[in-house]
Design a protein around this ligand. Structure first.
Ligand SMILES: Cc1ncc(COP(=O)(O)O)c(C=O)c1O
Length: 427
């Protein structure tokens, strides 16, 4: 039996309709931007394997650090014990974060990082005897993960449909535009007395369709929320570590968050790790004699030494001039390609970029996740040696920072060929 046939017998894949699921492609190796399949084909990973891979696959530097750490200490309970990789990571990460962050709480992934942030924010008020402040503000079209709290603050969408009755109530705001900003500020003012926190994906809403919105207007919303002591939670699980052109998207705003959630690129995309960082103000609410005011949250693999080592190694690489230069180079190339797309008469609309991210919609049917055009585009791109996975009819690029100019040319040309021929050959 082939690997794909054995897979089909026992495995249930994420975000994938199981009935009539096309055979998954067995990937046997990854090196830099390339993924190699069983048959010897290679694909440029133009979406960083669900937005995680920063320095490419099979990175020698990170792999060696991981190997050394695996021989030294692979895992240890993190209640009552500590270790160098976790402490070093916290010491290094805190000063880099956009704001005055002072504590790091470790978890396993992006969903747990946002769960932790929301629980921290709600209990912050509860610990101070203000349990009426428990509402959460979130944006329409948001995506903060797949666990119940994260789903609650995410858009009510096909992802959450089966669970709507079980999700907690959230005050949803539209993302800000010059036309709705006054109304949004009024809504924050109205709900402030019962509101614990405001959670947002700064500047780019990822899984909701790579929607981009204005930094100045988001700044106004954060400032308004903070005037009412609403804790602001920046979910930078996707936008963190250079994706938007700056180290963190929150650096584009004057007002800084009280909590920040990180994952994906945190380990360079090599290991599962989540981080929730908070300011001293938040932490202080937990510095109490009363044992009931403890933050009772943790995971078996909290601060796993291997994951923290990978994160430290990824930071070593990310903070080099070479990597920072690559982020600027890719951003420039992406912008130039977006300009070129605009000049041609193609079936696309709403072409947008921020840093290393490019997105647009295929002008075909509704903008929705279930739009089947995504399957057609993925297949055609694979044939051209490029891996992309549109969100419905939203096509986007988010390459690893090690991508070369030649590889970017291949990605751009492959996309152009697909777009030029989409409706002449698709149907
Ligand atoms: C902004 C944001 N938050 C949270 C998550 C959830 O992360 P994970 O898939 O690691 O649970 C994602 C995942 O795409 C995300 O984009």
């Amino acid at each position: 039996m082939t690997l794909a046939e054995r897979d089909r017998l026992y495995i249930w894949h994420p975000f994938t309709r199981q009935k009539d699921m096309p055979a998954p492609i067995p990937i046997v190796r990854g090196k830099n931007t390339l993924l190699f399949d069983e048959a010897g084909n290679s694909y440029i990973d133009a979406i960083s394997s669900w937005w995680v891979t920063l320095h490419g696959h099979g990175n020698d530097y990170i792999a060696k650090k991981l190997y050394q750490q695996a021989l030294q200490l692979e895992q240890v309970i993190f209640a009552g014990f500590t270790h160098e990789p976790a402490v070093s990571l916290a010491e290094r990460l805190l000063p880099l974060l956009p704001g005055s962050f002072n504590r790091i709480f470790f978890s396993d992934n992006g969903s747990t990082a946002t769960e932790v942030a929301m629980k921290m924010a709600v209990q912050y008020w509860w610990n101070q005897g203000q349990s009426q402040r428990k509402k959460i503000l979130a944006f329409q079209n948001a995506y903060h993960g797949d666990t119940f709290g994260a789903m609650s603050v995410s858009d009510r969408s096909v992802f959450t449909l089966a669970f709507h009755d079980l999700l907690f109530e959230v005050v949803f705001l539209e993302t800000p535009t010059p036309g709705n900003i006054t109304g949004l500020l009024a809504k924050i003012n109205e709900h402030a007395p019962e509101t614990a926190a405001f959670i947002y994906e700064p500047l780019v809403q990822g899984a909701g369709g790579m929607n981009m919105y204005d930094a100045v207007l988001l700044d106004q919303l954060i400032q308004c929320a903070q005037q009412h002591d609403i804790l602001c939670i920046a979910d930078e699980v996707m936008t963190g570590f250079g994706r938007t052109g700056k180290l963190f998207a929150s650096s584009y705003m004057q007002a800084k968050p009280d909590l920040i959630c990180l994952s994906k690129g945190l380990t360079g995309g090599t290991m599962a790790l989540g981080v929730t960082a908070c300011t001293h103000k938040v932490y202080e609410a937990y510095l109490q004699e009363d044992a009931l005011k403890t933050f009772f949250h943790g995971h078996s693999f909290t601060a796993n030494p291997l994951a923290c080592t990978a994160a430290n190694a990824s930071l070593d690489l990310l903070l080099t001039d070479t990597c920072m230069g690559s982020i600027q180079r890719i951003s420039g190339r992406i912008q130039a390609f977006a300009f070129m797309l605009q000049q041609e008469s193609l079936p696309v609309k709403d072409i947008r970029t921020l840093g290393t991210i490019l997105a647009f919609e295929i002008d075909h049917g509704k903008k929705e996740y279930l739009n089947q055009i995504s399957t057609t585009i993925t297949q055609k791109a694979l044939t051209g040696g490029v891996y992309i996975r549109p969100l419905g009819n939203t096509v986007y690029l988010m390459p690893p920072y090690c991508i070369s100019d030649e590889e970017l040319d291949t990605v751009f040309n492959t996309m152009l060929v697909i777009l030029r021929n989409l409706f002449t050959t698709a149907s």
